[in-house]
Design a protein around this ligand. Sequence first.
Ligand SMILES: [Zn+2]
Ligand SMILES: [Zn+2]
Length: 100
Amino acid sequence: MGKPRYFCERCGAEVRRNARVCPHCGRFFSSVRCPRCGFTGAAEDFRSGCPACGYADAANADPEPLRGSGSPLPPLPLWIYVLALFALGLALALLISALR
Ligand SMILES: [Zn+2]
Ligand SMILES: [Zn+2]
């Protein structure tokens, strides 16, 4: 209860507080969020730093990184690609010999 809600300025759909892009219409929001105090405002307000606390790098800061996704999956080993390529070639060879 009491959570502030944010709506897309173009299509009116409700969006996440720190969303950079509207998931409904693709509108790119120009609002900037101060990483120090959390103040959110138009990018123009941040030209000379955060208007609330004076934090200077707010306009260049990235939004909060997503957490809780765990470590990224390790890349597949090369032999899997070799095996897949071999299986594909074998299937192709069988198909060609069957058509003859
Ligand atoms: Zn929208
Ligand atoms: Zn601030």
